[in-house]
Design a protein around this ligand. Structure first.
Ligand SMILES: C[S@@+](CC[C@H](N)C(=O)[O-])C[C@H]1O[C@@H](n2cnc3c(N)ncnc32)[C@H](O)[C@@H]1O
Length: 268
């Protein structure tokens, strides 16, 4: 296997940053080499430069390359306080219109289905909907399949697990499936948070967790500004408890808890 040269590495770093806003640190050469090598073998390419040129020429391969870069770690009911906040919000909800919730950067869907389970325990099915979105087309496909390793169900509260998770049998032994009726109100779509999403409509709550960490301040600001375009006045933005919006100077948001922000006015 050939090594990636400094020049080749820099070219990929720039392309990845421009496309999805992720800044790779200086020490990720080995990671790129191992992840891209399979693709190079597939195309019988001899150098990383050739693979780079292919990514520029071939849109599908560029997406494939970007899929290899994203970190998709997730689990059900991650940061459980946010789900308590959600439940309280829903209990107080006047029910006049449908509650719309967006799991932005939803990975394989554990976050979106966790949100859905809470919604369904509080509201009738016609009063809520969840959208999950992610840049990585593979995880979006997996989310739509709603099939997970059985060990993942351990994080789901027992009564919700019993209600919404179907244990697999035969070739699905060791897996579980999310209830089909619950999934009817959950849609998944690919999207890039660096770009505006005028077709998504306006949301009441947006979960934007464990993704800002990969961006620099300028990109974080762009992402938040884009998301604000899709938020109603009085809606809530939830980020991870390990993240913050410090230094972004977004005056349309009021911090109501350490990782929860309320939208005060329409963004321009
Ligand atoms: C660590 S996962 C977080 C999943 C989930 N929100 C959670 O907290 O468990 C980060 C996700 O962000 C997605 N992502 C990274 N850059 C993105 C971008 N520019 N636009 C949309 N999604 C992106 C990745 O593909 C990945 O699935």
């Amino acid at each position: 296997m050939t090594n990636i040269s400094e020049e080749e590495y820099d070219k990929f770093v720039k392309l990845i940053f421009e496309e999805i806003g992720i800044t790779l640190s200086e020490h990720k050469q080995k990671l790129l080499e191992s992840r891209f090598y399979k693709r190079m073998l597939h195309y019988k390419l001899e150098s990383f430069s050739q693979y780079y040129d292919l990514c520029l020429e071939n849109f599908t391969e560029k997406i494939e390359m970007l899929n290899l870069i994203t970190t998709n770690e997730t689990y059900f009911f991650r940061e459980v306080d946010h789900f308590k906040f959600l439940k309280n919000y829903l209990v107080e909800y006047d029910g006049a219109t449908k509650v719309k919730i967006w799991s932005a950067a939803s990975s394989v869907g554990a976050e979106a289905y966790s949100i859905a389970m809470v919604c369904d325990t509080v509201l009738p099915p016609n009063k809520w909907e969840v959208l999950g979105s992610d840049i990585n087309s593979h995880v979006v496909k997996k989310a739509r399949m709603r099939l997970y390793q059985l060990t993942w169900s351990e994080k789901i509260p027992k009564e919700l697990r019993q209600k919404y998770c179907l244990k697999g049998k035969g070739k699905y032994e060791g897996m579980f499936l999310i209830n089909r009726d619950l999934a009817k109100n959950v849609k998944f779509q690919t999207n890039n948070l660096l770009e505006p999403n005028p077709n998504f409509g306006k949301f009441d709550i947006v979960f934007l967790r464990n993704v800002l960490i990969y961006f620099n301040d300028a990109t974080r600001k762009t992402v938040i500004q884009n998301i604000l375009e899709n938020m109603k006045i009085g809606s809530y933005l939830i980020i991870s408890q390990t993240e913050n919006l410090n230094g972004l100077n977004i005056d349309t948001l009021e911090q109501v808890e350490s990782s929860i922000f309320k939208v005060l006015k329409e963004s321009k």
